[in-house]
Design a protein around this ligand. Structure first.
Ligand code: SF4
Length: 458
């Protein structure tokens, strides 16, 4: 029967890294070593040229350099594993790289950005106001029963669209990053102390940054202390590196350490899960599947994916379903959520309108098992994650949707109107009809607010 999407099982393939001049002599043993991967990450244009040589032309390198010097909110950092998934089936050239989904968000080019509206007028650093909701430094208490613990501000890879561009990674030419003030050891003590005296919190997302950048003994010690707090029932470890640097999660010390934590968690009835971040089907390779299964074999409860909807990367129903089936069928990773890209500076070319996200949610229903059908969610500032069909009101001309909430965040403890108020979310201006675009132009915000967003302070 003819269907809009035709399911077909596809075997995963590790792209051959020998097709790239800089890695012609790299052995399988080197490739599968976490240490080799970390020491050969691409951090600048010179290193990118060493990998690709003449395969890419000067225009491509200049375009990338222009983005880094004028617009980028994240510095360059791409592990070989991720770079190798760009143009996976061919010897890359500049044209193939320009349209590649992984390249589009890991190596953003100046020419990718929206020329008129690179930032939405209402975009801001820390667009989810996480730091405002810190109970103690790095511990965001935004929902009634769960918290986010930011243990560190680095990752093995830096994604161009990172929501935490305010804090994560090195400063760029346009963004002076905020820094934690407390020493790591004091920050962790403060977090554990807060969680010990706040029994209403049952769920801790251990994040950053990416926990793969924390030396394993420190991560294990932190999780072990969480396991000692008997009101904590869910612990989720956030690591994009399960995909970007699966070699880390396959290393012997990490596997042995995770097995120790899983044994204690299972004995106490606590669920430990890894939450990863895969946006494109070509990123799901045999090594990623091996890493996910290795983690499940340690005895943890689950490995789940939280992708981000990014235009030009994954925003057709076909691509999303291919990705979800690769995760679910071939890598034992549950397709759990897709987030709409947040309202940070420089993200307009990636963001979708709410209407587009609603259409995508409709288009992917019914193909995957219900438990593996990802919800597409909008993280509404001061509200939290809402399913895209939950908005109360939607002005499609100005691209403004309104949302309500059913709990207070920590900054609204004494606000009697918090649960009555409507909170706005904004579509990309370039997706609006002409009268909607004219409305935003008329209000004069194009001139001032994008700059304010870039320069904004907490
Ligand atoms: S891995 Fe996560 S925290 Fe790190 S840069 Fe990417 S999106 Fe941001």
């Amino acid at each position: 029967m003819d269907q809009p999407y035709q399911y077909r099982r596809r075997a995963l393939v590790e792209p051959d890294w020998h097709r790239l001049p800089g890695w012609r002599d790299v052995t399988t043993e080197q490739w599968e070593s976490a240490q080799w991967q970390r020491s050969h990450c691409v951090k600048n244009l010179r290193q990118l040229r060493e990998v690709y040589g003449d395969l890419l032309d000067d225009d491509f390198y200049l375009d990338l350099e222009r983005d880094q010097s004028q617009t980028a909110t994240m510095s360059l950092l791409v592990p070989p594993q991720m770079l190798n998934t760009m143009v996976p089936d061919a010897v890359p050239d500049a044209d193939l790289m320009r349209v590649d989904p992984v390249r589009r968000y890991m190596l953003p080019l100046a020419s990718d950005r929206d020329p008129l509206w690179p930032s939405h007028p209402m975009a801001s650093r820390d667009s989810l106001h996480e730091a405002e909701m810190w109970a103690v430094e790095g511990l965001t208490h935004r929902y009634p029963t769960k918290v986010l613990a930011e243990l560190l501000s680095t990752c093995p890879q830096y994604c161009g669209h990172c929501t935490r561009m305010d804090l994560v990674g090195n400063s760029t030419a346009t963004v002076d990053k905020h820094r934690f003030v407390l020493k790591p050891v004091d920050r962790i003590e403060a977090m554990i102390d807060y969680l010990g005296r706040t029994p209403g919190v049952r769920d801790v997302v251990v994040s950053g940054g990416d926990v793969a950048n924390l030396p394993w003994p420190r991560l294990e010690a932190f999780v072990a202390r969480l396991l000692d707090i008997d009101t904590i029932r869910d612990i989720r470890l956030a690591s994009k590196a399960l995909m970007g640097l699966p070699q880390h999660w396959l290393s012997d010390d990490v596997r042995a350490g995770m097995a120790r934590l899983a044994a204690v968690a299972n004995q106490r009835g606590v669920a430990i899960a890894i939450h990863t971040h895969v946006n494109s089907v070509q990123s799901v390779t045999p090594l990623v599947a091996r890493a996910a299964r290795a983690m499940l074999e340690t005895g943890i409860r689950d490995v789940r994916n939280q992708g981000v909807l990014l235009r030009g990367v994954n925003t057709t129903a076909h691509h999303m379903l291919d990705l979800c089936f690769a995760l679910q069928d071939e890598a034992s990773i549950l397709p759990y959520y897709f987030y709409m890209c947040d309202l940070i500076p420089g993200s307009e070319h990636w963001r979708l309108s709410l209407a587009e996200a609603q259409e995508l949610q409709h288009a992917i229903l019914g193909y995957l098992p219900g438990f593996a059908t990802p919800r597409i969610v909008c993280d509404v500032p001061y509200v939290g994650k809402r399913w895209v069909h939950q908005c109360d009101d939607y002005d499609r001309t100005r691209g403004i949707s309104s949302w309500t909430k059913n709990y207070r965040t920590s900054v609204e403890a004494s606000d009697p109107d918090a649960l009555l108020r409507r909170y706005p979310y904004y579509d990309p201006v370039s997706t609006l009809p002409p009268d909607g675009q004219a409305w935003w132009l008329e209000h004069g915000v194009l001139e001032d607010l994008p700059r304010a967003a870039w320069a904004g302070v907490r």
